[in-house]
Ligand binder design. Structure first.
Ligand code: URA
Length: 331
């Protein structure tokens, strides 16, 4: 059986946008929810896993007949390397290693540079290599690499943590809070260091791209404390949409929660998630954000999850997010 099996749906964020736009013209596909929701099994340790461990825990998908070598003259060691140009249905090698749950893309890049990764029996040290996930045989330290089980993690991020994997300045990152998560997961979008609250992490890049893409319109709700008391007109401007340097914002749902003498506490739901969007919107109406907490993404909320803790999303929760995607694609 082929050691790796990937979904064609995985693509870079920009490709996801293109695909989403293209799909709007087509009738929706049935059965996607079931596919994506078949995930989130309970498992064991957070250290980058060996391919052997990954394949032990994640039984391979149903067997596919192996294609014979592309030429009977080629043994594994003499097989031609995969083509390195035109992406097409191909994926970059670092992405494939990361998606297999073995580590971050940065780590994968190091392994490639160190010559520990082989494609069709040949060491590949170029990080620009594109490979055909279904056809090319990838190994790390000699062990076959195959896609890991899907993981969907919900973290209640504390203020003061970065959402990057490693910080050159040694500041804390959310990865230090993920002890026990069984495999590498990437963040589905980012929260500023000073923002706390709901963060989804997953190894399902298509799902992450959907959550993150501004064109997906997944609602994200934040509690905000502003540095000044905001008038009804200022809140109305946030609601209607503002001109930011990267374009106008979409209408937002804004609810005043309470005012003190100097501050306003309000809730805002945006459907884009551009970089530092809430902070920039509040600045655009002449105030500043003093406190920002993301409390929900679509129907997923932080309820019951203490600050700094994580849990796996339930199948029903993953499904509920996928349902937004299907609805969007159907429009
Ligand atoms: N908007 C912001 O300004 N910051 C965040 O972290 C998230 C949304």
């Amino acid at each position: 059986m082929h050691p790796i099996a990937y979904h064609h749906k995985y693509m870079r964020p920009r490709d996801y946008g293109k695909k989403l736009l293209a799909r709007k013209k087509k009738p929706p596909k049935a059965g996607k929810a079931a596919k994506v929701a078949a995930a989130a099994a309970q498992r064991g340790s957070t250290a980058p896993r060996s391919p052997a461990a990954a394949s032990q825990r994640d039984p391979a998908p149903p067997a596919r007949p192996v294609r014979p070598a592309r030429s009977p003259r080629h043994t594994e060691d003499s097989a031609p390397p995969p083509t390195s140009a035109s992406p097409g249905a191909k994926k970059t090698l670092d992405r494939i290693l990361s998606k297999a749950g073995l580590g971050s893309r940065t780590e994968a890049t190091d392994w490639i540079r160190e010559g520990r990764v082989k494609v069709n029996g040949r060491a590949v040290t170029s990080i620009d290599m594109w490979i055909h996930p279904k056809r090319d045989k990838v190994t790390l330290d000699g062990a076959p690499v195959r896609e890991g089980a899907k993981l969907y993690i919900l973290l209640n991020k504390p203020k003061g943590y970065l959402t990057t994997y490693k910080d050159p300045e040694g500041r804390p990152t959310v990865y230090q809070l993920l002890k026990g998560v069984p495999g590498f997961v990437g963040t589905a979008g980012r929260l500023d260091m000073d923002t706390s609250g709901l963060l989804i992490l997953t190894n399902d890049t298509s799902f992450a791209d959907f959550i993150t893409s501004p064109i997906s319109h997944v609602p994200k709700t934040y509690l905000v404390k502003s540095s000044s008391r905001l008038s009804d007109e200022q809140l109305e401007s946030l609601r209607k949409g503002l001109n930011l340097e990267d374009g106008p914002t979409r209408p937002a749902a804004v609810t005043r929660l309470r005012d003190s003498e100097k501050y306003t506490h309000f809730e805002i739901t945006i459907t884009e998630g551009r970089n530092r969007q809430v902070r920039r919107m509040v600045e655009a109406v002449g105030s500043k954000v003093l406190k920002l907490v993301r409390v929900s993404i679509g129907p997923i909320s932080l309820a019951g999850l203490t600050i700094g803790a994580w849990r796996e999303l339930t199948t029903a929760e993953v499904r509920s997010l996928v349902a937004i995607r299907e609805k969007e694609e159907a429009q």
